[in-house]
Design a protein around this ligand. Structure first.
Ligand SMILES: Nc1ncnc2c1ncn2[C@@H]1O[C@H](COP(=O)(O)OP(=O)(O)OP(=O)(O)O)[C@@H](O)[C@H]1O
Ligand SMILES: [Mg+2]
Length: 401
């Protein structure tokens, strides 16, 4: 009797769950359950589903028709080759990927013989002189007796950039720990030296001798400031919703004042549709200012061949961007481009490290500070440089709303 009562309680408690399970498991019941949705409801939920799925993929997808003319491109591919689908609708493959005769030949053969293939680490040359490193897979599709070709591209520039970025961040952390320890050891005796020099200054019989104690005090202060800059700010960014154009305009007005009597022009190319980002505007101003000031200093150097130096500030909004290892649907990009002599080749791979400088009076901290600020904003800085064109690009994620 006791057992019977317990069984009844168990069934009453779990009956609903068991019915649900049965419906879900039994194919006929599952079919019946799905039939409960009206056709209209199902149409609404699956309307454009393929397009939406393709546009939300982080893999780049392009479809070419029989004549290898573009018939479809998803958002990730548009962003990889940095061109809008509308501009290249119906374009022939050879007008999208330049000097790619061998690739085109292989794709044509694959389409005719209905076989797929994958090519690894291929450089594709794009319009506007850009080159991307990709792995791509070709799959022929036979649609209503017409041959089509599906091309899936995986950009490797991103993957390599992620590795480089991670290595840089980890080296920064190690250096910061080392510098913190060292800073502590330097600052303690420095306080003692400064204090002793002040005491000594008070005991000196004449003012001329105090020039020497002033040198000790000033140099001790300089070293103290340097160590503080080296350690960097421990303050976490105070994130607020800001417009990055306000940041750029502030930097521009500061730099305009410094270049007023020089042959340096500051140009702007802003994208007004850029959404606000969550950032600490003071810190962001510091980061951008460090980069723009470097450009200005490079343009003042005697190696500049042309008369007028230009610093171009450009903003754009990007879709489907990977920053670090994190995928973001939207990101803001700030570019600072100058036509100066370029970064010396031996420096380019290490400019974001502290104390790396190509200038006699430089401390080599500007870019390392900019890098840690952008890093704290979950963003990323990239740099490329050749004589006449040095480009720093800052990427900051735009939070999903
Ligand atoms: N736009 C640029 N054009 C040419 N070289 C550059 C440019 N930006 C940076 N550099 C090189 O990178 C080096 C490192 O820059 P960084 O801002 O970190 O240090 P710095 O300018 O030397 O010193 P600090 O900024 O601390 O005063 C510079 O010394 C310079 O050689
Ligand atoms: Mg600098």
């Amino acid at each position: 009797m006791q057992a019977m009562t317990e069984m009844c309680v168990f069934f009453r408690k779990h009956a609903l769950r068991m019915v649900g399970l049965f419906i879900a498991c039994h194919p006929l019941m599952a079919h019946a359950a799905s039939a409960i949705c009206t056709p209209i409801e199902r149409y609404v939920s699956t309307k454009n589903i393929h397009k939406r799925l393709l546009d939300n993929l982080s893999t780049s997808v392009i479809v070419f028709d029989e004549a290898l003319k573009l018939s479809y491109i998803n958002l990730a591919a548009e962003s990889l080759i940095a061109i809008s689908g509308r501009q290249i609708q119906n374009a022939w493959i050879g007008d999208i990927f330049f000097n790619a005769e061998q690739d085109i030949e292989d794709i044509r053969n694959a389409s005719m013989n209905q076989h797929s293939f994958t090519k690894r680490r291929t450089e594709l040359h794009l319009p506007q002189g850009r080159t991307i490193l990709v792995d791509y897979t070709i799959t022929p599709l036979l649609e209503a007796e017409h041959n089509q070709v599906l091309m899936e591209l995986h950009g490797l520039n991103y993957a390599e950039r992620i590795n480089k970025e991670e290595a840089l961040i980890s080296t920064h952390e190690t250096t910061r720990e080392l510098v913190r320890g060292l800073a502590h050891e330097i600052k303690n005796p420095l306080g003692g030296i400064r204090g002793a020099a002040q005491l000594l200054a008070r005991e000196l019989p004449n003012d001329e001798l105090s020039d020497y104690t002033n040198v000790i005090i000033e140099e001790a202060d300089r070293l103290h400031n340097l160590v503080d800059r080296l350690v960097g700010s421990k303050k976490l960014p105070e994130l607020k919703e800001i417009n990055i154009h306000e940041v750029l305009e502030r930097v521009r007005s500061l730099i305009e004042a410094e270049v007023a009597d020089k042959d340096i022009l500051i140009q702007r190319n802003y994208d007004p549709s850029i959404p606000n980002v969550m950032a600490d505007s003071e810190q962001l101003i510091q980061a951008v200012l460090n980069i723009v000031r470097n450009a200005m200093q490079a343009l003042e150097s005697p190696n500049v061949r042309h008369k007028t130096g230009t610093i171009n500030l450009t903003t754009r909004v990007l879709r489907n961007v990977t920053i670090g290892a994190v995928f973001h649907r939207l990101a803001a990009r700030i570019e600072i481009i100058d036509n100066g002599p370029g970064i010396p080749e031996e420096l380019i791979s290490s400019i974001f490290y502290p104390m790396i400088s190509g200038r006699a009076e430089g401390t080599g901290l500007g870019l390392s500070i900019a890098h840690s600020i952008i890093n704290q904003h979950k963003g990323m800085i990239e740099c490329s440089s050749k004589p006449g064109n040095t480009r720093f690009a800052i990427f900051i994620p735009v939070a999903d709303k």
